[in-house]
Design a protein. Sequence first.
Length: 254
Amino acid sequence: MNSQFILSLLVGIFLGGAAGYLGTLMVSKRMALVGGALGHLTLPGIALALIYGFDVSLGALPLVILGIILIWLFEIKTHLPMEALTAVVFASGAAVAFLILPSGKTVTALVGDISQVEFLGGVISIILATTVFLAVRKIFPKMVLCGISEDLAKVQGISVKKYNFIFLASIALIVALGVKIVGGLLTAALIAIPACTARNFSRSLSQYAYGGLIAGSLGCVLGILLFKLTGFPAGPLIILVSTFFFLISLIFKK
């Protein structure tokens, strides 16, 4: 195996694991589809990156951060659900993308291209994915309490707005990094499917969270290996492997 492929596998392990771990919290808060909406929002940035030849995550990140900030501010102002506000924000971004995206780059923008991961970009992706995992692990119990009762969380001295912002920032990073391997179209599945799989297997909150991490990593690794063997795009293969794991997990669901 060449160094490029090994780097792709490492990026898949770290990014898939962080996405699955974050996904368990998102599914618990009924926000699994937010990743998909934000993935669509990254498309203008991906289009510019493909046109001008720079890293797609670098193109995606400013757009998704802008979207997260707008959602966070709108939630404070309107108290509408995050998923509803996300739908308000992302549609215009997707529309702009399809106006400027070259037709020959459409598949790469929508489903990603793991073979384009470069050494520096891969190392940065691994570092940022690890940072997201550590941040989410730190806020996980507080966010669970916020999901049960914000009033109870405030009584416990938890700053709900601050932790919501950290949570949303983590989503933004994972979505921006995820477009490297699954494109702007499949980010919701990268986050949500491993979490759903872990939920069927798990018997405790800890098993659920770390089960999402393991399922996310395995899905990415096996999807990338299948890409190497078949030549099909890695993004759809990763999602199909994760879906297979989910179907297997249904056997163990009580």
